[in-house]
Design a protein around this ligand. Sequence first.
Ligand code: GAL
Length: 818
Amino acid sequence: MIRNIQRSGILMLIIHSVLLLTASAQHVQNEAISKRSRENFDAGWQFHKGDIAMKRAVKAGKYGGLTDSKVKVITGEDTTIAYSDKNKVAPFKSSDWTMVNLPHDWCVEGAFVHDNTIGSQPAANGYLPVGIGFYRKEFAIPETDKGKKISIEFDGIFRNSTVWLNGHLIGNHQSGYTPSNYDLTDILRYGNEGQNVILVKVDATDYEGWWYEGCGIYRHVWLIKTGKLHVGRFGTYVTTPAVSGSEAVVDIKTTLQNEGKVIKNITLTSKIIDGKGTLLNTQTSTQTITPFNEVEISQKGGIQRPLLWSPESPNLYKILTEVKENGIIIDNYETTFGVRTIEVTNAGVFLNGKLYPIKGTANHQDFAGVGVAVPDKINNYRIKLLKEMGCNGYRSAHNPPTPELLEACDRLGMLVLDENRLLSSTEDGMKDLKALLYRDRNHPSVFMWSLENEEPLQGNITGTRILETMVHITHSIDPTRPVTTAMNHGWNDSGYSDLLDVTGYNYGQRDMQYVKDHEKFPERKMFVTESTSFVSTRGEYEDNREKGYVSNLGNGVGWGMLPGKDWEHIVQYPYLNGMFAWTGFDYRGEPTPYEWPCVTSHFGIMDICGFPKDGYYAYQAAWTNKPVVHVFPHWNWQGKEGQKVKVQGYSNCDEVELFINGRSAGKKQVVPFNRFEWEVEYQPGKLEARGYKAGKAIAKEITETSGAPAQVVLKSDCNVLQADGCDVAIINIAIKDAKGRLVPTANNLVKFTIEGPGRIIGTGNGDPSSHEPDKANQRKAFNGYCQVLVQTDKTAGEIRLKASSEALKSMEAVLITE
Ligand code: GAL
């Protein structure tokens, strides 16, 4: 089936362009030879922090237009920053600009300020001031690119970004979470027409959420060059409407755009290849596309004995799209997809036909050292850590994630609840929602859309109307996935939930609302979009308001259950389908229950560096088959000898026995998904927990009272890296005693030196009240640990990262980059 999407006024253009056919023969040739390129455009930007008094150089009336190439954007000192004419390239003062590579978050480079009068919401943003910044890049476009379509794709800028090219205003994009794309073709200078200057103003003074959101061009940027006839932006939609063990039907929809003045007769070939690159199936169609028109072409292919996608076996396939004219490839495009079926029902989620409850965490996007400018490698690292905990689901709270996060989820195996930012059916709101849907609908990892989280209009009549429009659009762009929203009250006021495929419950355990609702509406499909919000500070066992620390031995906040207890409900009430614990990792901002000096949340099952807190083991016990026994606190309580202390634990064994220096302190029956506790007398030495299943000891954990700090021990997540200027080694540092035991209270200052083709891009330690800069060559350990992130340069070689601390033995990591 071929569907023509006629745009208004198109007919006239067709007639016009037929007349022009002969005249543009030369042009046709240019168009024919242009194949797609998608260049990473992250390198070599100049950055200016703060506002610039911008004036346009306007000559009385004559050059007043915003898109006139004579318009300059100038600083107070009358230096040109955006405009360069062909003879005079950027004569601007560069001293107050620094060179940066993207992704970049300038907010995380700032100093913490305890002043509730500045910024839009200081505590929510982790007391890091926001503001305005400018990015500028000079670049050349070769003469040979004349006749191509050239656009720039920003994956994410936080927020309100305005773009100028060579002094021309190109456009503005408000959302800090959806991508923006600008066609630069007409304004670019080609060959000896001169250099190009792109300028981006980022105004992050306003906020979109109540967490740390960062500032700047914090995701990748791409320069995309195609012929005038090309696959559209997010131009393919691949679904597998019928899947069986013997065959998967692959439905391929490809949108082709003809942005040229010439009628085109093309051949579209879609090749299905497997993960090893073996060609499985080829579909070919021919099509005529009139000038300035776009068509969607449908093709149906098949895969014999498909390897299904699941978090356990994330098998991927690709469609290689080729567009040919007169036998010559004029565009090529790649789409990754997976073959799987998933159904959210009122009796459980079924993945590939099997009951598959979702063991999920909700997460914001920032990480230690880098803020929201998260290198791809760190997104991989986070997903791997979650998987090790037994997690199979990720909720991108409360906004569309960066594309590389979804690629990691596809590749590593993690189901995603992909979330839109706002409840909005305005033109901008719809644009953002559509960008999310078109961008992400091929990812096998994405299993459901969430249209909003806890928006104030939830469940009132206006909100319900807005939602109806959004649900309609979502269903029409992607009829294959269910739609939910994450709600924290009401759950169907004004018929809100009736519009949804799945009702999302945040904290539905209060009054057992979700159970009562199931009894009332047994047909309702439900999901625990947010389960517990347990607060704790890694390695802390006493609440300390002054320092802003929350004990792991405590009970958290009123609206959150203990770690792992949330899973009990999913097991007891399978119709709840699955859950997302708030949150997998600590994030900057939303410091709860304390504010300053806290600058980071305490909700994470892991801290902001990915170091596990005690509650981590509750989830690992609940979600994996691995025998888990974990007891806490640490066993360094100098001064408390002979005093009563609490020891708590999480396990998936039947019973756990505790020994202090070899003497049993008694056995505890484990009630699945519940914490257990002893009260014992503290004696330094060895705390040992043994887990038994059917009477047999199957797991143990030993914690010893350590001696004084004696050495710095490094552990890198990898030893060999790519010399691509992007790859990152995540190096965890532990402070140990002379016998190699962790010192769980150590806070020694660790200094880093680096040699070779790499650089330190950030540090962290998981201390939610640390006001040390993340961008530094040193970091204090927090309760025994800190972290340094090392990014490669583009030259291959050997990076030596040394970590030392006064009076302690130092250690060096050797990383090979190739
Ligand atoms: C939820 C909200 C989250 C976070 C959490 C803290 O209600 O959706 O964004 O604020 O509370 O407990």
